[in-house]
Write a new protein. Structure first.
Length: 201
């Protein structure tokens, strides 16, 4: 993720949401380099939050809120509207996931509707899709729910970064987060200049 692209995005400092904390590397990066960002993080597993805090130093701050909650419930219950939502939620493959570990309840139409409801007009969603047997079906479902999507596959990453928005057709700084510098996407996404960021886990 180019720092120059993040710097441009940081200028659009409204509310961002991240689903999936993990070790908290992204949260620490954003808090360190862009302390003006307002960031909500949602993580379903309190043990993950504890490990990230005690072993990696990932903590809440003046502009960073960490919620221990199901991402679906947070989207249904919060009054916030977000300019950018990042979905980076993965589990060990099992009955509640597809073959790669993407939670099935985060691939359902009802969840996509809740994303629409929590986005500001023109807001965007970035999905971190792990490549696997079910990834093409996952991306197709995202395209069907939002009407358009761009997919970027960083070399040797095993990820298909899928970016979509509430409106399409206009180039957005969100696209810079997932594509090499200087490359314009084939189909572009519209995101408002009030772009914010949100993470849910």
């Amino acid at each position: 993720m180019p720092r120059a692209a993040l710097a441009r995005l940081a200028n659009y400092s409204v509310r961002r949401l991240l689903a999936g904390l993990g070790g908290g590397a992204l949260v620490r990066f954003l808090n360190h380099y862009f302390p003006q960002l307002r960031l909500d993080v949602v993580e379903i597993d309190p043990l993950v939050v504890r490990v990230a805090r005690e072993f990696f130093g990932t903590i809440a701050g003046p502009r960073t809120r960490v919620f221990i909650a199901d991402g679906r419930d947070h989207l249904r219950q919060t009054a916030e509207r977000y300019d950018l939502i990042l979905l980076d939620a993965h589990l060990p493959p099992g009955e509640r996931t597809d073959s790669t570990g993407h939670p099935l309840n985060l691939k359902a139409e009802a969840f996509y509707r809740s994303l629409h409801q929590r986005l500001r007009p023109g807001g965007g969603v970035l999905f971190n899709v792990i490549e696997g047997r079910d990834s093409d079906v996952y991306v197709a479902g995202i395209r069907a729910a939002f009407g358009a999507a761009e997919v970027f596959r960083p070399p040797s990453s095993g990820n298909a970064i899928t970016v979509t928005a509430k409106m399409a057709k206009v180039y957005s700084p969100v696209m810079d987060l997932a594509m090499p510098m200087g490359r314009k996407p084939a189909a572009v996404i519209s995101v408002p200049v009030s772009m914010g960021l949100a993470v849910i886990s």
